[in-house]
Design a binder for this molecule. Structure first.
Ligand SMILES: Cc1cc2nc3c(=O)[nH]c(=O)nc-3n(C[C@H](O)[C@H](O)[C@H](O)COP(=O)(O)OP(=O)(O)OC[C@H]3O[C@@H](n4cnc5c(N)ncnc54)[C@H](O)[C@@H]3O)c2cc1C
Length: 416
């Protein structure tokens, strides 16, 4: 039997494309090396939180997922960016404050948040519930892709670790930054290291966060406090980027030590701070695949591109990949054409490459501009922040970019 589409990798991106395609009546097989989600205990699951742009929320809405996520999503109403501590920064002119309420724009429309914060485990749970109940999704957990073969020009075969061979017309690689599919297909990548580690953990704090995300730039990297859904407690997620040595040092310190530093940084906004749950460290690096397509193969999400988390956009890029690909596949199927044709594959690459490259460049530039001791660069960033502060249209463009609305909006309004 020849399947329509096989997806390798059941992270957030693999599950999203599986559910999105099935919602459009396109059957898929989803293979993931992680064991069945129902057998995971909570500590096994990714304990990160992600900023989801308003544009990504619209994409989730289109595939019927947002209604199950929205109750767990904390709207981000404002973003404050500075390279000074909170009490000094708020009085400084080198302080950028993205606040849609203050711009007065779109007064006729209800105020829209800049984005949402969601725990990755909540997003996964919602996706998983959808995929196990969908009649058009065959789910193979705990199985690895080990090889790819071609029986004839119209079929690709995925060889799996349990001995199965699955033939399909198209293979979608959503198998993350160390993509096996990408290696087998001989698609080269450019990789770079940021020489930084991100330490992540959650906190509870005395004062409500009011939906405000704060990003402080320190010479070692950004320190972000991101508002989380409250459930009766004032909670936020911390992404603390530092040089590898300093991150390792901080990681070893008792909670009280870290809480004291954070209280000073975010004084008086958050009040007393307590760390809750585990800490985890991620070495930061970026990558970009030289092409997103191979013979009947398409790369999406981190398999195609991975960026610095400075602007919380990596997952959002993957969600936009899913959106473009679902649109292309749906139209190819509607016309009764072959799913793996070169023109279809290249159409996807044409649609996604500019957005991905723009974000790779922008996040790389921001990290280099802010994460250093250089006096010259400090003056440059103060000049930039001052300009953003004083030129409302520029601020509006940046705000829309943060919301994922510049690129998503036209595509999202094109209903399938
Ligand atoms: C510290 C940090 C903070 C971040 N914060 C944000 C944020 O706020 N907002 C945002 O948008 N992005 C953020 N990101 C980026 C985001 O986490 C990633 O872009 C996203 O998780 C990538 O998802 P993915 O599904 O493409 O890949 P992955 O999550 O890596 O999933 C890949 C899946 O493929 C499976 N797999 C791999 N190989 C095989 C194989 N051979 N066979 C079968 N299955 C296989 C794996 O088991 C896994 O389930 C952050 C990243 C970091 C490091």
């Amino acid at each position: 039997m020849v399947e329509e589409i096989i997806i390798i990798g059941g992270g957030i991106i693999g599950m999203s494309i599986a559910v999105g395609l099935a919602t459009h009546q396109i059957p898929v097989v989803l293979v993931d090396q992680q064991p069945d989600y129902r057998k995971h205990n909570d500590t096994f699951i990714d304990n990160r939180c992600s900023a989801i742009t308003a544009g990504s929320a619209m994409i989730f809405e289109k595939i019927g997922l947002w209604k199950n996520m929205v109750s767990m999503a904390q709207p981000i109403w404002q973003i404050r960016v500075s390279d000074q501590k909170e009490h000094i920064a708020s009085q400084s002119r080198f302080f950028v404050h993205f606040n849609p309420a203050a711009t007065g724009a779109n007064i006729s429309q209800p105020l829209q948040p800049l984005g949402y914060m969601l725990a990755n485990r909540d997003v996964r749970r919602v996706l998983f519930e959808q995929l196990i109940h969908h009649p058009l999704i065959k789910y193979y957990p705990g199985v690895q892709l080990t090889n790819i073969l071609y029986k004839n020009p119209t079929e690709i075969q995925a060889i799996l670790s349990d001995g199965q061979t699955i033939s399909s017309k198209l293979l979608i690689a959503a198998d993350g930054r160390n993509s096996k599919v990408r290696n087998i297909a001989n698609i080269s990548v450019v990789r770079w290291s940021y020489q930084q580690h991100a330490m992540i953990f959650n906190i509870e704090h005395q004062h409500p966060h009011q939906g405000i995300a704060i990003e402080h730039f320190t010479p070692g990297g950004p320190l972000a406090v991101l508002p989380m859904c409250t459930d009766g407690h004032n909670k936020s997620a911390i992404v603390w980027t530092e040089t590898p040595e300093k991150a390792e040092y901080l990681y070893q310190q008792p909670h009280q030590f870290l809480e004291h530093i954070l209280e000073q940084y975010f004084y008086p906004t958050l009040g007393n701070i307590q760390i809750s749950g585990d800490k985890k460290i991620y070495p930061l690096s970026g990558l970009h695949a030289s092409r997103y397509v191979g013979d009947r193969i398409i790369l999406i999400g981190d398999a195609a591109h991975a960026i610095h988390p400075i602007a919380g956009q990596g997952l959002n890029l993957g969600i936009r990949d899913c959106h473009a690909l679902i649109d292309i596949i749906y139209n190819i199927k509607r016309l009764g054409l072959d799913l793996g044709t070169t023109s279809m594959l290249h159409d996807y690459e044409r649609r996604r490459r500019p957005d991905n490259l723009l974000l790779i460049g922008a996040t790389d530039f921001l990290d280099r501009l802010f994460s250093n001791h250089s006096r010259l660069l400090r003056s440059v960033r103060h000049l930039g922040m001052g300009l953003v502060h004083r030129i409302p249209p520029l601020k509006m463009v940046l705000m829309k970019q943060a919301m994922g609305m510049l690129i998503d909006a036209p595509a999202s309004s094109k209903d399938n």
